[in-house]
Design a protein around this ligand. Structure first.
Ligand code: NAD
Ligand code: MG
Length: 401
């Protein structure tokens, strides 16, 4: 029996990489449903190639979709479902076995949770959803027997380096188990790794979106440049691996060959390595515990020759400290951090604020927003909304309109 796959965010960078893997393994996987948000022509191209049964898109894009479908002779036209309800429908459809959660930002939270509640194999790329909901998402996964597999390359690497039984031994006190001493979370350092403070003050969105090693969506590219991506990943790791932030060390590794490491109490350090291509972690998460082939070239260590490692500069990149503090504070703090960051990154990408303003806004929003316990999703969504308003006020006051 083929595995039926739904891709939330099929038109994005992770969505496209996922399609590339599905294309290589038509005997195992069949695309059942996809979602898109803005790039309707690309959504049609996906439909022409993979013939999914259902497509989720914004209601406002329905006409554009139908017109393009006619122009490009798409037959049969797939069933269309709309907005968040549509995303939830495809994420939890009975037919679907595997859900790739690859929407960017908080917009992916409810659909990802819907896939988890429906007990699917959920491939998690949408780190913001986990950063916001934390323990709630993991508790739902446990309750509904969903298999939550990390796609983020670092977390996928850590997953590969942890003992197989690790997940049966998660401790409430968040200490590492089974001889694990700590996690080494690697970071490329982004495009501005060696920029001075003065240079950082005037970098542009175009520069920020040019990552040296990875090709990614615009939001995560900016996050990589501020190191907020690593901050979000720190929080993601704490939740996924039930580990306190004391046991997660960030290591700058500019070549992005080692995707992260696990250190053990006997002096061993296990690393997962590979060329920087998201198709590897996606294929891993799709097939685990099996392995499937990808087009990604095996490493040639003789070509690489050298791997470098540095501690991060938390003065020039305050995002890491903000994220660590938010994780330590707990409750709604990570959701507030994430919401302020999403608003700030969008404002940076539209030239309303400077690069360094992004972390200023996140710090200011965390300062001004009341942090509560994160008992339920409603409290988290409320904190998200308040933080967005606070961040927007900062932009209205100090940004360029
Ligand atoms: P992207 O911007 O290329 O794609 C985002 C997708 O989400 C698109 O399909 C878009 O249509 C959809 N989308 C955007 N806003 C939406 C909304 N409001 N409602 C519904 N759909 C919406 O982003 P990406 O680089 O593919 O990243 C996707 C997620 O994966 C992010 O959470 C990112 O942090 C994570 N991730 C990406 C990479 C990478 O290499 N690109 C690596 C690790 C993790
Ligand atoms: Mg990553």
């Amino acid at each position: 029996m083929k595995q039926l796959v739904a891709i939330l965010g099929a038109t994005g960078s992770i969505g496209q990489s996922t399609l590339r893997i599905l294309e290589q393994h038509p005997e195992i996987y069949q695309l059942y449903a996809v979602s898109g948000y803005q790039h309707i022509a690309e959504l049609i191209d996906i439909c022409l190639q993979f013939s999914p049964k259902i497509v989720a898109l914004p209601q406002a894009k329905q006409q554009e979709f139908l017109q393009l479908a006619q122009q490009k002779k798409l037959t049969p036209v797939p069933e269309l479902v709309f907005d968040e309800a549509g995303l939830i429908e495809i994420a939890s459809a009975t037919e679907v076995n595997v859900v790739m959660a690859a929407i960017v930002g908080a917009a992916g939270l409810q659909p990802t949770l819907a896939a988890i509640r429906a007990g699917k194999r959920v491939l998690l790329a949408n780190k913001e959803a986990l950063v916001m909901s934390g323990d709630i998402m993991l508790a739902e996964a446990k309750q509904h027997h969903a298999l939550l597999l990390p796609v983020d390359s670092e977390h996928n690497a850590i997953f590969q380096c942890l003992p197989e039984q690790y997940f049966d031994y998660r401790q409430a006190d968040k200490t590492p188990q089974l001889g694990v001493a700590q996690i080494l979370l690697t970071a490329s350092g982004g495009p501005f790794l060696n920029f001075t403070q003065e240079q950082l003050d005037c970098v542009t969105p175009v520069q920020a979106c040019k990552h040296p090693n990875w090709s990614m969506g615009r939001k995560i590219s900016v996050d990589s440049a501020t190191l907020m991506n690593k901050g979000l990943e720190l929080i993601e790791a704490c939740h996924l691996f039930s580990i306190s932030e004391h046991f997660v060390t960030v290591v700058i590794h500019p070549q992005s060959i080692i995707h992260s490491m696990v250190q053990y109490i006997d002096g061993s350090t296990l690393a997962q390595m590979g060329n920087p291509d998201m198709c590897t972690p996606i294929a891993h998460a799709l097939a685990w515990p099996k392995r499937i082939s990808t087009h990604v070239q095996a490493l040639n260590l003789f070509d690489i020759q050298q791997l470098d490692f540095y501690p991060p500069d938390i003065e020039r990149f305050p995002a890491l400290t903000l994220a660590r503090q938010a994780m330590r504070t707990g409750g709604t703090a990570p959701a507030i951090l994430n919401a302020a960051n999403e608003v700030a990154v969008a404002a940076f990408l539209t030239d309303q604020i400077s690069f360094m303003d992004i972390t200023r806004i996140v710090a200011d929003t965390l300062d001004k927003t009341t942090i509560a316990l994160a008992h339920d999703l409603q409290g988290i969504l409320q904190a998200d909304q308040i933080a967005r308003q606070t961040a927007k006020q900062w932009i209205t006051q100090y940004g360029v309109q």
